[in-house]
Ligand binder design. Structure first.
Ligand code: PGA
Length: 253
């Protein structure tokens, strides 16, 4: 059985002061999530990692939104894996479409980051998803397949099970136009087939696949009830602590 996973993605939101306020209020959620067999967490801006982790410790997952694949060196503005490890941060979003669009993040580059994270026993949350144009031209499957194959190149069977995939159609992110549960399940099921073709059924059945794109408390349960959707990556609705809490409560109650 794959455990459900609800992961917030704050993007470039919340100062450390605001982040601390949120963390103090969200702390209590950990117990509820655990007793309902749900993994829950937030991926936060780099400057928020230390203060948020300090408060949430082992109650909720605290993840980063990006990292570099090199251990150290002349990469101004970047964050290394050893820096994250030093803060006990084990989860990192890789290849979010906003980074692919604005920061020239390619699937090849994501692959280097994923391999580096796995080497360090960390969890990459690898994002994939197509543009509106690709969607309208029925190109979703081919596009996503390429992202998965390139992003996971040279990842062993054993390591593949530690990866989390997030399917996030670009046209559904922050737009309020979420993909229907049918579309989301169709693509997530297809992603599992691609994983099955690479790694075999046993491994593919262990990999968690999330849907992301305008997920709200009132839609989270419908997504998580789909066979191949194991959780959600949530942007906007993870910023307000009450709506963040509701993501969990609307799923479990
Ligand atoms: P959204 O963002 O929930 O605000 O659409 C999702 C994401 O980008 O991860």
């Amino acid at each position: 059985m794959r455990r459900k996973l609800l992961l917030g993605n704050w993007k470039m939101n919340k100062t450390p002061t605001e982040a601390v306020e949120f963390a103090k209020e969200a702390k209590e959620l950990g117990k509820l999530a655990r007793s309902n067999k749900v993994d829950m967490g937030v991926c936060v801006p780099a400057v928020d990692l230390a203060p948020v982790k300090k408060i949430l410790k082992n109650t909720l997952i605290v993840g980063a939104e990006n990292c570099h694949y090199e251990e150290k060196g002349a990469y101004t503005g970047e964050i290394s894996i050893p820096m994250l490890k030093d803060l006990n941060i084990d989860w990192v979003i890789i290849g979010h479409s906003e980074r692919r669009t604005y920061d020239n993040e390619t699937s090849e580059k994501c692959n280097k980051k994923i391999l580096a994270l796995l080497k360090n026993n960390m969890v990459p949350v690898y994002c994939c998803g197509e543009s509106l144009e690709t969607f309208e031209n029925n190109g979703t499957r081919e596009f996503v397949k390429e992202q998965i194959i390139t992003g996971l190149k040279d990842v062993s069977k054993e390591d593949a099970m530690k990866v989390v995939i997030a399917y996030e159609p670009i046209w559904a992110i922050g737009t309020g136009k979420n993909a229907s549960t049918e579309i989301a399940e169709d693509v997530c099921g297809y992603i599992r087939k691609v994983l099955r073709d690479i790694y075999g059924a046993k491994v593919a059945n262990k990999i968690r696949i999330l849907y992301g794109g305008s997920v709200k408390p009132n839609s989270v349960k419908a997504y998580l009830s789909q066979k191949d959707i194991d959780g959600a990556l949530v942007g906007g609705a993870s910023l307000d602590v009450n709506s963040y809490k509701e993501l969990l409560t609307s799923y479990i109650y």
